[in-house]
Design a protein. Structure first.
Length: 459
C-alpha cells in the first residue's frame, strides 16, 4: 500500500494537498513506459517545437497560479516567485531556440590517405530515458531545467521532485501533456528514498540529472548502472572578495539581497565576504543596517522580503551553527536568533573562526559572514580553502586587479562587480570539486541528452 505524502504550506504548516506516493511496482512501470517510448523513436523536431510553444503559453496563462504554488509550498516570497515563473517561461523559449540549432558535424576524411574515398558526418540522437531528481528551492524553474531539455532533445523523462515541493512539478507535467506530448514521455515519480534509489540506479536509465545535496548526489552517482551518464549540481559556500568599490551603497544593498534571497536557500548565495581588515567592521555594520530592515514572514504576503526555512529542522540547524560560531569568537552584528519554528533572523556575523561550520559548510539560511583580510593573497587563499567551488565574486574599481583576482579564484564562474547569485538560464552553470559534476544550463543539458552517431560513406 502506498504511503500518503502531505504537502504543507511552508510557513503555517497547513496541509495543502495529500498525494499517493509511488511504490516499487509503479516505479518499474514508469521506467517500462519510458523505455518503450524511447524504443519507438523520438517525435519529429517540429512536433516537439510546437508542443513547447503551446506549453510556454499555458505556463504564462497560469503565471499567478504558479507563483502562488511556489510561495505556498516552497516558502519563496511571492514577489520572487513571480520572477521564477517568468524565468520558467523564458526557459521554455530557450529550449525551443536550442533545438532548432542542434546539428551534427562533418568529419574530414582526407587528412591522410587512409581516409580517402570516404565522407563522414555525425547525426544527433536522443540518449534514452532521463531520470531527474530535483530540489525544493526553485520548484518550477529547476523542473524546467531538467524536464524541458529532455522533451526538446526527444528523451522520455521521469522527474522526482523534492517531497516538500511537488505541486509545481506536477502541474508543469500536466501542462506538458495538455500541450500535446503523448503519455509516457514525461512522468512524475513521488517516491521514498528506497524507491528513488531504485528509479535512479535502474539499468534502463541513460542519463541521470541531480540537483541537491552533495552527500546524496555523489552517493547516487556511485550507484548508477554501467553506462548511465549524469550531471550533478550541488552547493557551495560562495565567497566574495571586496577590494575597493566607489558605489558602496549599491554594494551593501546587493550583498543583503544576494545572501538573504529566499532566506539564503540558494546554492550560490553569498556566504563569505572578505573585506580589507581596516574596513571589515564598518562594512559589516552597513550590511547589518540593511539586513535589519528585511521583513520576515509568510511568503504569500506581498510585503515579505524573506519567507520561512523549508523545514523546522533547518531552523534548528542554523540556530546551532550560529551559536557555535559565536562560542568560537564570531561577533553578531545583527540577528542571531530564531523568530519561530521556521524563521530565522537575517544575520550578519563578523570574523567567525575559519573552522566554524558557518565558514566551512553551506549554511542555506539568512546568514552572511564578513571577514577582515590583511592582504589580497590571504583573501584568495581563504576563498579557495574549501572542498566546494561554485560561483565566486570580486568587487573592485581596478578592473585589472579584479581580473587577476578572478583568474586566481577556484570557481566555475567569477562575477566581477556583481554577485555570486547572478545567473541567466542560457549560461553554463556548474560546480567544481565537491560542488558538482558536468554542466547545467538548458542548452548544455540538452547536449548531454543527445549522442553523436558518425556515419561513414565509402565512395
Amino acid at each position: 500500500m502506498s504511503n500518503l505524502l502531505q504537502v504543507k504550506q511552508a510557513y503555517t504548516g497547513e496541509v495543502l494537498k495529500e498525494l499517493e506516493m509511488h511504490n516499487s511496482v509503479q516505479v518499474d512501470q514508469m521506467l517500462s513506459r519510458a523505455e518503450k517510448r524511447h524504443l519507438q523513436g523520438a517525435l519529429p523536431i517540429h512536433e516537439r517545437i510546437n508542443i513547447l510553444r503551446k506549453l510556454a503559453t499555458l505556463v504564462a496563462n497560469e503565471h499567478e497560479q504558479f507563483s502562488q504554488l511556489i510561495a505556498n509550498e516552497g516558502g519563496k516570497p511571492i514577489r520572487d516567485a513571480r520572477v521564477e515563473v517568468t524565468r520558467a517561461v523564458s526557459g521554455i523559449h530557450i529550449a525551443i531556440a536550442e533545438i532548432q540549432s542542434v546539428k551534427g558535424v562533418e568529419v574530414p576524411m582526407d587528412l591522410s590517405a587512409a581516409g580517402s574515398g570516404r565522407k563522414a558526418f555525425t547525426i544527433l540522437e536522443p540518449i534514452g530515458v532521463v531520470v531527474a531528481v530535483s530540489a525544493f528551492n526553485h520548484p518550477l524553474n529547476l523542473a524546467i531545467h531538467q524536464v524541458i531539455p529532455a522533451v526538446a532533445a526527444g528523451c522520455p523523462v521521469i522527474i522526482k521532485p523534492a517531497a516538500v515541493t511537488p505541486l509545481s512539478t506536477l502541474r508543469l507535467v500536466e501542462l506538458i501533456l495538455q500541450a500535446g506530448l503523448p503519455e509516457g514521455w514525461a512522468q512524475v515519480a513521488l517516491t521514498d528514498r528506497e524507491n528513488s534509489e531504485k528509479l535512479v540506479t535502474d539499468s534502463r536509465v541513460a542519463f541521470f540529472s541531480f540537483i541537491g545535496s552533495a552527500k546524496v548526489g555523489w552517493y547516487l552517482k556511485s550507484k548508477l548502472a554501467p553506462g548511465t551518464r549524469c550531471a550533478l549540481e550541488h552547493g557551495g559556500v560562495a565567497p566574495l572578495i571586496f577590494d575597493q568599490y566607489a558605489d558602496e551603497e549599491s554594494f551593501v544593498n546587493g550583498v543583503v539581497k544576494a545572501s538573504m534571497y529566499h532566506s539564503g536557500q540558494v546554492c550560490v548565495s553569498v556566504q563569505r565576504v572578505y573585506v580589507p581588515q581596516g574596513r571589515a567592521g564598518e562594512l559589516a555594520q552597513k550590511i547589518a543596517n540593511i539586513a535589519a530592515k528585511q521583513v520576515v514572514g509568510d511568503a504569500i504576503n506581498e510585503d515579505s522580503d524573506l519567507g520561512p526555512l523549508i523545514l523546522p529542522k533547518e531552523t534548528d540547524r542554523i540556530e546551532s551553527w550560529v551559536n557555535e560560531a559565536v562560542a568560537e569568537g564570531a561577533q553578531v552584528i545583527v540577528g542571531g536568533k530564531r523568530i519561530n519554528e521556521v524563521s530565522y533572523e537575517p544575520t550578519v556575523l563578523l570574523n567567525p573562526s575559519k573552522t566554524s561550520k558557518v565558514s566551512t559548510s553551506e549554511i542555506f539560511g539568512p546568514v552572511v559572514c564578513v571577514y577582515g583580510y590583511q592582504n589580497i593573497d590571504d583573501a584568495i587563499s581563504d576563498a579557495n580553502s574549501l572542498d566546494v567551488s561554485f560561483q565566486a565574486a570580486v568587487f573592485s574599481d581596478d578592473i585589472s586587479k579584479a581580473m587577476d583576482i578572478a583568474k586566481r579564484l577556484e570557481a566555475s564562474a567569477v562575477m566581477i562587480n556583481d554577485y555570486t547569485t547572478f545567473r541567466v538560464d542560457w549560461m553554463p552553470f556548474a560546480g567544481r570539486k565537491h560542488s558538482g559534476y558536468g554542466i547545467g544550463g538548458i542548452g548544455y543539458s540538452m547536449k548531454d541528452m543527445l549522442e553523436h552517431k558518425m556515419l561513414v560513406i565509402k565512395d
